[in-house]
Design a protein around this ligand. Structure first.
Ligand code: FE2
Ligand code: FE2
Length: 195
């Protein structure tokens, strides 16, 4: 499979790792929930990249990671963005903000495809390697586009009282499994020695 260039991907992944140093969006409680979830997701991405770089063969590890990306990064986190935040912005924000939203929605779709490939190839690190690196690179870049791009661009159109309401909606949208999935990341960090 030569769909991706390995070396470029590794370089991308490492450059993005160095850039992702976002501070919280203090005073914006709904945004802060998303930024906090990004931190958990980035830890899971680190575990994935590290395992692939070290050519670890561990079907359970990759299946667990695929489950986390699908249930937490996608269903819980992207679910909040798409069903609550983006929907609000489509009614209240101007075109330059909606252009960013469109790009982010496309990333979510691409992410779903790549997680499917990681899950399908969990039994063989050589087969999943390029999908994993492409996903890691895309997701780190995606998180940067949100933390540093969308969130600052949208604040003028999301007044404080709306942020408060949205925070409540975010909390209500969380399934009981959210905490369990965060604990899964801690466990995977322990077993793979990634911190
Ligand atoms: Fe997103
Ligand atoms: Fe996000």
């Amino acid at each position: 499979m030569n769909e991706f260039d390995d070396l470029d991907l590794l370089e991308d992944v490492e450059n993005l790792e160095a850039q992702v140093q976002t501070e919280g969006h203090e005073g914006y409680p709904a945004t802060t929930i998303l930024v906090d979830e990004h931190r958990v997701i980035k830890r899971a991405v680190d575990i994935l990249v590290n395992a692939v770089k070290n050519e670890i063969q561990d079907e359970k590890l990759y299946s667990d990671l695929a489950r986390f990306f699908s249930e937490y990064a996608d269903a819980i986190h992207h679910g909040k963005e798409e069903r609550i935040l983006f929907r609000y912005l489509k009614d209240h924000a101007p075109e330059h903000v909606l252009e960013i939203v469109k790009e982010l929605e496309n990333d979510h779709v691409r992410g779903r495809e790549l997680v499917g490939k990681i899950r399908e190839n969990a039994s063989d690190v050589d087969s999943l390697r390029n999908y994993a690196l492409a996903y890691a690179s895309m997701l780190r870049d995606h998180i940067l586009k949100e933390d540093e791009g969308l969130f600052s661009a949208m604040h003028p159109y999301l007044p404080e009282e709306e942020e408060e309401k949205m925070m409540e909606e975010f909390r209500k949208a969380d399934p009981p499994t959210k905490k369990e999935l965060e604990v899964l990341v801690e466990e995977l960090e322990r077993v793979t020695h990634v911190e």
